[in-house]
Design a protein around this ligand. Sequence first.
Ligand SMILES: C[S@@+](CC[C@H](N)C(=O)[O-])C[C@H]1O[C@@H](n2cnc3c(N)ncnc32)[C@H](O)[C@@H]1O
Length: 374
Amino acid sequence: MTPRRDSPDADGAAAGTSHADRLADWFRRFAEVECPDLPLYRALCLIVAEHPGLLSVVLDARPGQWRPNILLAAVHLLVRRDPDARLAAYFPTASSTPRPPDDALASALAEFIERHADEIAELVSTRSTQTNEVNRSCLWFVAWHEEQRAANAQLAVIEVGASAGLNLMVERYSYDFGDGLLRGDRASSVRLGCALSGVRDLPADAPQPVWRLGIDREPIDLADADKRDWLQACIWPEQPERHARYVAAAASALEATPPVIRGDAVGSISAAAAAAPDDAHLVIVTSWVLTYLRRDDRVALRAALDAIGERRDLTWLSAEGAGVVPGLRTVDAWRNDTLVHRVRWRGGHVDEQLVARCHPHLRWLEWLDGSPPA
Ligand SMILES: C[S@@+](CC[C@H](N)C(=O)[O-])C[C@H]1O[C@@H](n2cnc3c(N)ncnc32)[C@H](O)[C@@H]1O
């Protein structure tokens, strides 16, 4: 296991801690924080954390991808293609009567990884976790309405790190915000849901930008079955509601393809902003993207946004884990939440606020009253 000094995951590495040790810790933390109610993924993460051979598979991933999800997604994809494997019996997405994790799981995983060693190595070293969580459209439903109201103008939206672009198509989905009303396209087969608090007078219809564009380092073409399967494999197997949403949204995207171009967050944002219509208010959004950028690239992206904001009014909305957006303060109690940060540039004046916190997949969303965390 050779340490890779060029990896962005090495940012802030504690002196004397090996990459394998840090990764093992990450698997343990992932088990406790992300998967407490997902017995299979929790058990798999804890097994991998104690297994240097399995950890070394992940160390061959590309920069930015040394994380539990890349191995879990590779195994999940192959399990669904090999339903007779012993390991598949534990996966709700491969077996109709999944077996609960037990003492035989570790050997089933080791056997599976050995049997599919070449395919797993290829997937882990060439793919990235591009999970396109369509339920995040619940956040954009609320936040874009607010921007539209505040700017008193139609919106032009750019999503940086759009993956397949599912969250650019907010008006194609139906929304249940827990108040007994169905909003958006109530006939849609894509049914999103989020327990919302802190917002009053939410309109019935979804915001509909007059112009929109997605940018991604590797745009996902959902017409390509292999890419479609990979995105689904990135969704955790014990979350049937997320799979159902994704399958319905992917089918919807085949009817109306989201406009996503290939580009880099820092390198492409200025040209994309220049293409947006002048008479619309420009909103740039990032959700679960900055975490994949090196810290200096996050700062460079902010500088590029500042430069755009000097030329025209602009809003940037980001949804990321705590500690990811440079300079954004939070409180310890929110360290496992997704934090929604808003920066508005208006006539040369800049206003920054933590406007909401939410579940990473938008099970809940709490709009804040504007006061910073104590
Ligand atoms: C975890 S996915 C999130 C997708 C989407 N924003 C969502 O919330 O569902 C992160 C996406 O960011 C893209 N990405 C990562 N680094 C990027 C960069 N430097 N420039 C453009 N896209 C990038 C990845 O390719 C991936 O599709």
